[in-house]
Design a protein. Structure first.
Length: 64
């Protein structure tokens, strides 16, 4: 589904970093750890929200 706006654990806003994280890691040029460091996502719980997210909007959209 859509990336959560806030971290489930600490409540920090992480949704604003999703697009840049996705484009930079999909290109294969940057390591996800390095990208998260540059975006300022420091907490492990917030990193988990971005690294473990699977974008399923395109899969689910035809059934709505």
């Amino acid at each position: 589904m859509m990336v959560p706006v806030r971290c489930f654990t600490c409540g920090k806003v992480v949704g604003e970093h999703w697009e840049e994280f996705k484009t930079r890691t999909r290109e294969g040029d940057d390591d996800p750890e390095q990208v998260l460091d540059e975006l300022g996502v420091e907490r492990h719980c917030c990193r988990r929200m971005l690294v473990s997210h699977k974008d399923l909007v395109d899969v689910v959209a035809p059934y709505q």
